[in-house]
Design a protein around this ligand. Structure first.
Ligand SMILES: Cc1cc2nc3c(=O)[nH]c(=O)nc-3n(C[C@H](O)[C@H](O)[C@H](O)COP(=O)(O)O)c2cc1C
Length: 161
């Protein structure tokens, strides 16, 4: 069994979580690669934030950079996103839509400020049409205060990779 962790992160929280999941899978001797999805659209600053919120709310896709790894080469792809406007990000929406026919098994993870995780996972499932093997949602503040390791461990174990 091999795994790919694929994520988008605007301010680094989901990246931290993705890297921790990666390290944990490697510790479990899982063959595992990691890939950050890059949104070509500028998302920084106040205007970037406002446009990001609107694009997510309107379920918009975006242009993403070429990916390094072919998802079809992996038994499972763990896909991570921040919650934006109660749903997934345009970058992950684009990735899921573009590669949905190449995905074997999937699992989802997200970071958020307090709301929208269930709707986010529902949207991700709807876009790719695949029921996830597992999901993990972590509060942004718990990632920052390192209060989430137990949840990450439980998620990784539940996937039975
Ligand atoms: C445009 C935008 C919209 C957001 N909307 C929500 C939301 O609906 N619910 C929520 O709990 N957090 C929301 N957040 C907070 C992010 O989900 C949270 O800060 C996340 O951990 C950021 O991840 P990142 O650092 O990987 O970008 C939003 C953040 C942004 C930038």
């Amino acid at each position: 069994m091999n795994a790919l962790i694929c994520f988008y992160s605007r301010t680094g929280t989901t990246r931290t979580l993705a890297q921790e999941i990666h390290e944990m899978l490697l510790d479990h001797d899982v063959e595992c690669s990691i890939e950050e999805i890059e949104d070509i659209k500028k998302r920084d600053g106040k205007i970037g934030y406002a446009k990001a919120a609107k694009d997510a709310l309107l379920k918009k896709e975006t242009d993403i950079e070429e990916v390094t790894y072919a998802p079809a080469d992996f038994d499972i792809v763990l896909i991570g996103t921040p919650v934006w406007s109660g749903t997934t990000t345009p970058a992950i929406r684009t990735y899921l839509n573009k590669y949905k026919t190449d995905l074997n098994k999937v699992a989802f993870f997200c970071t958020h400020g307090g709301g929208g995780k269930a709707k986010t996972f529902k949207a991700m499932k709807e876009v790719c049409g695949i029921e996830p093997e597992g999901t993990l949602s972590v509060l942004e503040k718990d990632v920052k205060n390192v209060k989430h390791f137990e949840a990450v461990e439980k998620f990784v174990k539940s996937l039975e990779i």
